[in-house]
Design a protein around this ligand. Structure first.
Ligand code: CA
Length: 101
């Protein structure tokens, strides 16, 4: 049985592959794939929470090498930024930390 941090990393990689493999380059997220991933897996960044302009800004920020797609390295930086946000949010409030199921 993998420990929870291993599972979290595997989930991150598998989730990326699940969406990146849908069209075009197998290991890069197109804008459409990224939008689906956010809507399905990270709804706090999904269409329900932001308009098209905000989505374009996110893509632009994530796409460091400006090839119009988000590769795993760019995606991993995004995950790290979100993790840092969670760290700031939870660090002084142990009671707010998500509970294990
Ligand atoms: Ca890119």
């Amino acid at each position: 049985m993998a420990c929870s941090l291993e599972q979290a990393l595997a989930t991150m990689v598998c989730t990326f592959h699940k969406y990146s493999g849908r069209e075009g380059d197998k290991y890069k997220l197109s804008k459409a794939e990224l939008k689906e991933l956010l809507n399905e897996e990270l709804p706090v960044f999904g269409s329900g929470q932001m308009d098209e302009g905000e989505f374009r800004r996110i893509v632009n920020d994530l796409d460091h090498n400006k090839d119009g797609e988000v590769d795993f390295q760019e995606f991993a930086c995004f995950m790290a930024c979100i993790a840092m946000g969670y760290h700031e949010f939870f660090k002084d409030c142990p009671g707010k930390q998500p509970r294990k199921k």
